[in-house]
Design a protein around this ligand. Structure first.
Ligand SMILES: [Zn+2]
Length: 678
């Protein structure tokens, strides 16, 4: 018998984790035991002497590893929200064991043979569509890793993967070194004219830490270079700092990334060809909603053309300001932020301090609960009897309109030592239905909002309020996900996963909704129309630039991974040709040049950088359906969105599911309108 709470049935309300009983020393033995059980479950499938069937192979595979999922979700969520040395040490010890464990299952040839045997007869098994889809996904997971290759190709695949992981580490390492190597040290305060005090203070801190006490230090980190380019009047220094940023990895020194890029695109091409695809982009996009590389090119081009038109207008408006000020030069890439800021002040001035008093944290929270209630009828009841990992965390029981239990929802708002930066949505358990029981999800949002100081209220910025709605959209996806197979339940592809979250941002900013929740924390008066208009208008600011900058990078990514022959050319020449072909204006660069494009050489976005914008097309199009209906809480649309996207989005082809909700394929028009590009 064990007394490890992680390994016992949770004897708590809704079987929530008993955080008050879980101690650091429980994790490692729980991981070891959970991996042992998972291995035993897989061995039982492999060693079953009977012919493999859906029932004796796929179902037990789908149900396997539940205990490990439980232990890992609790551990890794706490590692992100409550990091300390003890947790960090456990992570260092356990992570390699976990990755070995998952490789041993995910690349197990005996297990694959069983799955393949079932897959081969799939047409004759009388499987219902969901069972068939789960089977196909399991089979595909193995095939996409090379399970069907002969031994020689398998060996080559392993070499390629090993090579790629070394190269991408080198790429990232070079980038860190290059980012740290460039320093703009300013000694004369006159050279900082225009820069707001907060940014000067930050630069003074940086300088002090780097041994330049009494001076100011600027670096190619975004929080440092962007404010400088935005505000500093010294044009010469703006140019120097911007070069410090965009020349990273391209200085022909020991940290140069060009040779690495060449090797990586070639290895990825070879990998795609081994797996039967013409290009690496084809291999990646085959698994996405977009399906084909051509679809993605067409999509990006439809955005590119109007955005390029608008960016030229933005440039002309900025040049006008420069001319009026008798600047005496044509605007260049390093002037963009400076004149855009002037344009912003002139046209869209949105002062955060005017907005914040209307965005009391509790009001924003109640606002998102209100929207969810209007759309789906669900309610939120605060619970004090559910254990939490930190006293900051609030817990709610989420109930259906008829009072039935739906989920447990944790919200961890405040910034704390040991919490990772940013905001995210996660969970401690997914929905699961088996023959014996139905288990409901435990979903959690973690943010880094300011801590309440004494009894002062927490007032959010507009960005922070939108972020709360965004993460809450992921949470709704978690509450509503259904399906009998874990492999496909809630499994939205990479280019669709942000639809549930981003669509909630539309409700957050909708005037009718703002009137409901954005009430002055002292007077209770709803946000006045002039402020609402400012929020709405500011959404159009600089969108030509933002869009072109982004799409240029997305096209560059796609061009690299659409190569169908070994690349032996020059990286910069390739990049220049890619941009020239699209007519990118010389006054700007793509958001990422190749030599510091981490997403695609050192992250999970190779041939997938387009996905952010693809998802934004979906959320804009989906929300426009509500708007067009004349009722932003349209019940018929809400119930279709819940069913086809949130509950069952993973259960069929994503485009088909989208059309079932929308009645038609998504269009770019609403996005172009929202960004002011049309
Ligand atoms: Zn998100």
């Amino acid at each position: 018998m064990t007394d490890n709470p992680l390994l016992l049935k949770f004897d708590t309300p809704f079987q929530t984790p008993p955080f008050d009983l879980i101690k650091a020393e429980h994790y490692k033995p729980a991981f070891v035991e959970a991996m042992r059980q998972h291995r035993a479950e897989i061995d039982a499938i492999i060693n079953n002497p009977q012919e493999p069937t859906f029932e004796n192979c796929i179902i037990p595979l789908d149900r396997s590893g539940l205990l490990l999922e439980r232990v890992a979700s609790i551990f890794f969520n706490l590692l992100a929200a409550e990091r300390n040395d003890t947790m960090q040490n456990i992570a260092v010890e356990i992570t390699p064991l976990l990755s070995e464990h998952s490789d041993n299952i995910g690349m197990n040839p005996l297990l694959f043979n069983k799955i393949k045997a079932v897959y081969t007869q799939r047409e004759h098994l009388g499987l219902e569509p969901l069972a068939l889809r789960a089977l196909e996904k399991f089979y595909d997971d193995f095939v996409r890793k090379g399970a069907n290759l002969d031994q020689k190709d398998k060996d080559r695949m392993m070499e390629i993967n090993a090579g790629l992981s070394v190269l991408s580490l080198q790429f990232g390492d070079n980038l860190i070194k290059e980012t740290n190597a460039f320093q703009l040290v300013v000694a004369d305060i006159h050279d900082l004219s225009g820069l707001p005090n907060t940014h000067m203070a930050a630069a003074a801190e940086e300088a002090k830490a780097a041994g330049f006490e009494g001076q100011w230090l600027f670096t190619p980190k975004k929080t440092s270079w962007i404010p400088f380019l935005q505000y500093a009047q010294n044009r010469e220094l703006r140019d120097q700092l911007y070069q410090g940023y965009y020349m990273r990895g391209d200085r022909n020194n020991e940290n140069d990334n060009k040779a690495i890029i060449q090797k990586m695109v070639n290895l990825r091409l070879e990998k795609a060809k081994l797996l039967g695809f013409g290009t690496y982009a084809d291999y990646v996009i085959d698994n996405n909603m977009a399906k084909t590389t051509d679809n993605v090119y067409d999509f990006l081009n439809r955005i590119w053309t109007p955005a390029l038109q608008v960016v030229k207008e933005e440039l002309a408006a900025m040049q006008k300001i420069a001319d009026r000020e008798r600047a005496g030069f044509d605007i260049e890439s390093w002037d963009w932020w400076y004149y855009a800021e002037k344009l912003r002040k002139q046209k869209y001035d949105l002062d955060e301090s005017e907005i914040r008093p209307y965005l009391l944290l509790e009001n924003v929270r109640d606002g998102m609960f209100y929207v969810a209630n209007q759309l789906y009828g669900i309610t939120f009841e605060k619970r004090e009897d559910i254990s939490v990992y930190h006293k900051d965390v609030e817990v709610f029981e989420v109930k259906e309109a008829d009072g039935a239990h739906l989920a447990v929802f944790y919200v961890d708002y405040a910034v704390r030592l040991g919490k990772s930066a940013g905001a995210w949505c996660t969970g401690f358990r997914n929905y699961l239905k088996t023959e014996d029981e139905e288990v409901f999800p435990l979903v959690s949002i973690v943010c880094n909002y300011p801590r309440p100081i004494e009894d002062k209220p927490v007032l959010l910025s507009w960005d922070e309020a939108e972020t709360l709605f965004h993460e809450f959209g992921h949470a709704l996806h978690g509450f509503f996900t259904r399906g009998d197979y874990r492999r496909i339940a809630g499994d939205l592809p990479h280019d669709m996963i942000e639809l549930p979250s981003q669509i909630m941002e539309h409700w957050a900013g909708e005037p009718q909704v703002l009137k409901e929740y954005a009430k002055h924390y002292q007077t209770g008066i709803p946000m006045p129309d002039v402020l609402i208009n400012k929020i709405t208008n500011s959404a159009h600011f600089n969108q030509g630039f933002m869009t072109v900058e982004y799409v240029a990078a997305a096209l560059l990514d796609l061009d690299w991974y659409s190569l169908n022959q070994t690349f032996e050319g020059d990286v910069n020449a390739f990049e220049k040709a890619a941009m020239d072909k699209k007519g990118l204006i010389k006054e700007m660069l793509p958001r990422y040049r190749s030599t510091y494009f981490s997403h695609i050489f050192d992250g999970g976005y190779s041939a997938g950088y387009y996905a952010y914008l693809w998802a934004e097309v979906l959320d804009s199009d989906a929300f426009s359906a509500f708007k067009q209906s004349g009722d932003i809480y349209n019940q018929e649309l809400a119930s279709k969105f819940r069913k086809y996207i949130l509950a069952e989005g993973g259960l069929d082809d994503p485009m088909e599911q989208y059309k079932r909700f929308r009645g038609q394929a998504p269009s770019e028009e609403p996005l172009l309108k929202k960004r002011g590009l049309k």
